[in-house]
Design a protein around this ligand. Structure first.
Ligand code: FAD
Length: 386
């Protein structure tokens, strides 16, 4: 009997935790190394579409997420000032065989953590080096410790160190736009309802998305995209504060429903919107990338974490099928299947046209199931840009 394959995962974000869970489902040993000394509760919402819910279902956390999340009636797209509806896609569960849920990020993170034994998460481990030798990989951390694994998955986000090591360093693209975002108590809205849908308000050069993040509708969330003339960028921007008065001024003249949300919002954070062109390759020997480390995208299709979670299922399937033998081949097969899909999503997301109007085909995106997609074909991506 062969020994259990041991995989070291760098980064305990959505992608890193999801792949630890999928690998363990196939009986592989997965340990996660995260630079942060503790898990922080980030004040933001996240949408999970049916394509990622299919993966989360088999990880075993669907019911937990259903209990805490808001299930929007539809994707609703409206004109910034008149409120005219340009496109609405109702999202009943039967449409793509899984729910569409909006939640607090911390709920998703906690649910993923609950799927893993505490002893496989190693905090305060900042990766600084990788050395492939003798059929394995040695990981070196900033605290001078090292660990050896059969293979490494770099799930360390848009500023990935693993990516720098295996593909070469370069800066992500920042096209001069930032996102303001906040989660706050619905009680601050003085009884005003933001509606049963996830609503995107489309302005000329900016937009804002609003939705509830909890099943009781007790929290309101919004996320924006606005031009930012200054080159503003920080690696720690999940916690960078925004100026709520600047934010309100940026949405001057928007529909009263939007104004009401921004007036009620007590404070906000801001985040540089970063992306990359598709990478030339995702792996080198026994080291492979996943999620934002290999296909960071603008948040406009709400697919960054979703595609990282899809990656997690496909990568685990590819590794399982080689039974610990041809790990490099498994990584190439994963990339060949996944890259066409994630590259297309990166491109549509960058253009920010998704569901703006018309009856675009959405089945290729939301109907994809990473557990049974044919691995030797490029992942479903027909239907073209919407
Ligand atoms: C405003 C905004 C809204 C979004 N909304 C949505 C949405 O609704 N739906 C959706 O699907 N996606 C959304 N996204 C995208 C989503 O947040 C990201 O795609 C997702 O978080 C990527 O997950 P990841 O695990 O690849 O990387 P990350 O979440 O960035 O995690 C990387 C982890 O690696 C750790 N790390 C980094 N370097 C090292 C190192 N050297 N050593 C050890 N650890 C390291 C980091 O500390 C971090 O914990 C949104 C993004 C933004 C900016």
């Amino acid at each position: 009997m062969r020994a259990k394959l041991s995989i070291a995962i760098v980064g305990a974000g959505m992608g890193g935790l999801a792949v630890a869970a999928t690998l363990r489902r196939f009986g592989m040993e997965a340990h996660v190394y995260e630079q942060a000394p503790r898990v922080a509760r980030i004040g933001a919402g996240i949408q999970m579409m049916p394509n990622s819910m299919q993966v989360l279902r088999r990880i075993g956390i669907e019911q937990r997420l259903r209990r805490v999340s808001f299930a929007p009636y539809s994707h609703l797209n409206r004109v910034w000032d008149t409120g005219e509806v340009t496109h609405e896609l109702p999202m009943p569960e039967g449409l793509y065989g899984a729910p569409y849920l909006c939640m607090h990020r911390a709920e998703l993170h906690d649910a993923l953590l609950s799927a893993l034994p505490a002893e496989v998460i190693h905090l305060g481990k900042k990766l600084v080096g990788l050395d492939q030798r003798g059929g394995g990989v040695v990981l070196a951390f900033a605290d001078a410790s090292t660990v050896r694994a059969d293979a490494v998955i770099g799930a360390d986000g848009v500023h990935s160190v693993v990516r720098d090591i295996i593909v070469g360093p370069d800066a992500p693209l920042h096209k001069g736009r930032i996102a303001y975002r906040a989660v706050f108590a619905s009680a601050l809205m003085s009884g005003r309802d933001i509606g049963p849908s996830r609503t995107k308000w489309w302005g000329v050069d900016r937009h804002i998305v609003t939705y509830y993040t909890s099943s009781e509708r007790s929290e309101v969330y919004f996320v924006t995209s606005v031009p930012e003339p200054a080159e503003w960028l920080t690696r720690e921007s999940w916690s960078a504060k925004g100026d709520v008065n600047e934010l309100r001024a940026a949405y001057d003249g928007f529909h009263p429903d939007v104004r009401a949300v921004l007036e009620a919002c007590p404070d906000c954070h801001k985040w540089a919107i970063l992306e990359r062109e598709p990478l030339a390759r995702w792996s080198d020997g026994r080291v492979v990338l996943l999620g934002d480390a290999c296909h960071p995208m603008t948040p406009y299709m709400a697919q960054g974490a979703a595609t990282a979670i899809e990656d997690a299922a496909v990568l685990a399937r590819c590794l399982d099928e080689v039974s610990g033998e041809d790990i490099e081949g498994a990584f190439r097969r994963y990339e060949a299947h996944r890259k066409p899909r994630t590259s297309l999503i990166q491109a549509i997301s960058s253009a920010n046209t998704w569901m703006k109007e018309g009856n675009a085909d959405t089945a290729w995106l939301y109907g994809y199931n990473a557990w049974n997609a044919a691995l030797d074909e490029a992942a479903a991506h027909t239907g073209g840009p919407a």
